[in-house]
Design a protein around this ligand. Structure first.
Ligand code: SF4
Length: 77
């Protein structure tokens, strides 16, 4: 596992280990429990209108995250 900021993320070996050693049904059940704990059973629809690509957060999967220093920022006036 890796520590990135305040987040603990699984590294490649940990992900491969989970996917190859745990029965798929266990992973599905655990994922469903995490989803249920976070969101319940309601359906959440979200949308956004972007007027800027500047973000203070650093979500690792996101191309416009704070840590992406290669990104050219813009704000629509
Ligand atoms: S880093 Fe990306 S995904 Fe995370 S809050 Fe900002 S815009 Fe959203």
């Amino acid at each position: 596992m890796l520590e990135v900021g305040s987040h603990t993320v699984l590294d490649h070996d940990a992900i491969v280990g989970l996917l190859t050693t745990a029965p798929a049904e266990d992973l599905y059940r655990r994922a469903d429990q995490v989803r249920h704990d976070a969101l319940g059973d309601a359906v959440h629809l979200r949308g956004l209108i972007e007027f800027s690509n500047i973000c203070r957060n650093d979500c690792l999967y996101c191309g416009i995250r704070r840590g992406n220093l290669a990104l050219e920022n813009h704000v629509t006036a």
